[in-house]
Every structure is written in structure tokens, then in C-alpha cells.
Ligand binder design. Structure first.
Ligand code: 13P
Length: 337
């Protein structure tokens, strides 16, 4: 049975079990129109990360990188925040907005990087370095944020690390690639947690070099979650918003892009005359989709907004402990683009 306009009852235990509202959607519905109508009716705002599919980006009220999304979540006056992104991003929105309803179209939209840092193991790791300040990449669970002094994103990490006194020892978690890149940029040692993102560590250096030989004018733009052997070929390393900005401002006409392929949607829209080639992974595929983030679809987004489920809830004690390092990040990166 397809959805009708009277609300079918959705069983909360089913949503808890499968992580999303599973109802067939009437194929004749214009989902763009329906989503716009529901957003207005419910005073909901749709925040989407660049790694979401193009249709979701097109219907979003704000599209951005993790920093932009956190800032937007901190200042919205909507009653409902629908977060089209990864679970940790929706958690961040909830941490900043305890009084608002935060929805994520599919709760299975996790993050391999966040999963690579289990809270108990991280607590033991911290105990081995009791005098260290803990700096964590925003791609981590609320339970890791609660054990962190300062959160960073790929846009503001270097700016924030440079503000930490040089004699202060630092743990950086969970991404070892971003951590290593930061150590190179800032010249300071940090103790790194050994985590990584499956999307960014799969790029093939060999294929990228081959591609660059076939497209000698093309610039390689890479996210700092990529491994060192990819970053060393890059003409520009930066967050998704920085990569997008660089491509728009550059005189070059051709780019190889080493990050999740969703970013190409905005880059192509910004620059119709330029060519963007997704950097090839080492698994024989031509482009690189995040298997978690791409679980959010336009249909699930529509259903989630319509049924206001699944909703992200958080224990207040955890939320309060996770809030402080996010606030510190926002304070320490005022003005960072
Ligand atoms: P930014 O949003 O900071 O560019 O990072 C991308 C990412 O890893 C999202 O999971």
C-alpha cells in the first residue's frame, strides 16, 4: 500500500529496529514539492552535507561542510531540524539544541571514522596520557565528544591547533590522516588515535598518478582525511567547503577531486564550464560514495519529515558533557571560513 494523505501509524519499535520509516511512497508524488510543503507547515529546516545525493542537496535549506552545518544548527530558530548527513552530525545538532526535534532520515547513516573510536577504548587511551589536552575531530560519537576538550572540523583544525600553547601535549582523535596532516602543517607533535575513514583511505595513488598523466592540466583537490601518499600529489588540501571554494576561484579548467563524490554536485553547479573528475578508488570503481551517508534518500527524507521519525534523543548528562568542546570550537574558530 502506498502512502495516502491521512497519516498511517508508524510503529516506534519498528523504527528503532530498522532505523528509518519504511513505507512505500506514492510514485506520483512530487517529493520536492511535498518536502517544501512539510518544511513550511512544521517550521522545519533541512540541513544537508555535501556528501548527500544531489536531489537532497537541491531541496536543502543549507548545504555545507561540518563546520558550516554546526554553525547553522547553533543558530536556527526552526522547531525541527532534519539532518541529511551522518549520525554524528545529527547528534551535534541535538547537543546544540536540546529543545528542538532533530530528525535523521536513516539512523544507519553512521560513520566509519566515528566507529573506529569506541568510547571505552578511548577512555583507556586517555588514561595513558593524563596530562594531554584532547582534541577530537567532529566525526566522532557524542560519547567521544564528552571525553574531549576541543572539537575541530577539517575547516578549522589547523587554526585551532595553532592556538594551543606549544608546551601543552595533545591527543588528536580519531582520524590519524587528518592528525598527521595537521602535524605537518603546524610542526607540532600530537599523539594520534589510529582511526580512519573508509571513503578517504581507499583512493588509489597509482590510479591518481595515471589520471594526472592523462589530464596534465588538471589540479588534484584532496580532503585531509586522505592518506599521505594521496595528499603528497595534491595541489590543494582542504575541507569540502574549501575544495569547493578553491575550484570556483581557480583559473584551472579541470580538477581531480579526492573526497566523497557528492561534493561534485555543487562544484558542477558552481562551474558549468569546468570539468570535475572523481579520484578513483582502488576497487575498480570510477567514483567513491560513502555507503553510510548515501543511505539517506529523498524518499526516506520525505517519510522522516512527514512522520517526524526517527528522532534523535540524547541523555541530558551526556549532552551537557559533549556540548562544552563544541562551544569551545565555535568560540575558537569565529571568522574561519
Ligand atoms: P568536512 O565536512 O569538514 O569537509 O569533512 C567531511 C567529512 O568527513 C564528513 O564526514
Amino acid at each position: 500500500m502506498t502512502e495516502t494523505l491521512d497519516l498511517p501509524v508508524v510503529d516506534p519499535s519498528e523504527i528503532e529496529r530498522i532505523g528509518f520509516v519504511d513505507r512505500p511512497v506514492d510514485p506520483t508524488l512530487d517529493l520536492f514539492e511535498e518536502i517544501e510543503r512539510l518544511k513550511e507547515e512544521k517550521n522545519a529546516v533541512l540541513l544537508a552535507h555535501y556528501y548527500q545525493e544531489g536531489d537532497i542537496q537541491d531541496v536543502a535549506d543549507y548545504i555545507g561542510d561540518s563546520l558550516g552545518l554546526a554553525r547553522e544548527a547553533a543558530q536556527t530558530d526552526a522547531d525541527i531540524i532534519v539532518f541529511a548527513g551522518a549520525h554524528f552530525m545529527a547528534e551535534t545538532a541535538k547537543i546544540l539544541n536540546p529543545g528542538k526535534t532533530v530528525l535523521l532520515p536513516d539512523f544507519n547513516a553512521g560513520c566509519s571514522l566515528a566507529d573506529s573510536c569506541p568510547p571505552d577504548e578511548f577512555a583507556a587511551f586517555r588514561e595513558q596520557h593524563p596530562d594531554h589536552l584532547v582534541v577530537s575531530y567532529i566525526n566522532c560519537s557524542a560519547a567521544i565528544k564528552a571525553q574531549t576538550d576541543i572539537i575541530v572540523t577539517s575547516s578549522n583544525a589547523e587554526h585551532i591547533v595553532r592556538q594551543i600553547p606549544e608546551d601543552q601535549p595533545v591527543i588528536f582523535a580519531p582520524d590519524r590522516n587528518l592528525g598527521r596532516w595537521l602535524m605537518e602543517q603546524t610542526g607540532r607533535e600530537m599523539v594520534l588515535w589510529d582511526g580512519s575513514c573508509i571513503v578517504h583511505e581507499i583512493f588509489s595513488e597509482e590510479e591518481i598518478v595515471r589520471l594526472k598523466m592523462r589530464h596534465p592540466e588538471a589540479l588534484l583537490l584532496a580532503h585531509p582525511e586522505c592518506e599521505q601518499h594521496v595528499l603528497r600529489h595534491a595541489d590543494h588540501v582542504g575541507s569540502t567547503s574549501s575544495i569547493r571554494r578553491f575550484a570556483a576561484e581557480s583559473e584551472a579548467r579541470e580538477f581531480v577531486v579526492a573526497t566523497e563524490s557528492g561534493i561534485l554536485h555543487q562544484m558542477q553547479k558552481d562551474n558549468p564550464g569546468k570539468t570535475f573528475i572523481p579520484a578513483p578508488p582502488d576497487n575498480g570503481c570510477a567514483c567513491n560514495d560513502c555507503p553510510h551517508m548515501k543511505l539517506n534518500t529523498l524518499e526516506k527524507l520525505y517519510l522522516c519529515l512527514r512522520h517526524e521519525a526517527p528522532e534523535l534523543l540524547m541523555e541530558e548528562d551526556l549532552r551537557v558533557r559533549a556540548l562544552r568542546p563544541i562551544e569551545r570550537m565555535l568560540e575558537m574558530s569565529a571568522g574561519v571560513k
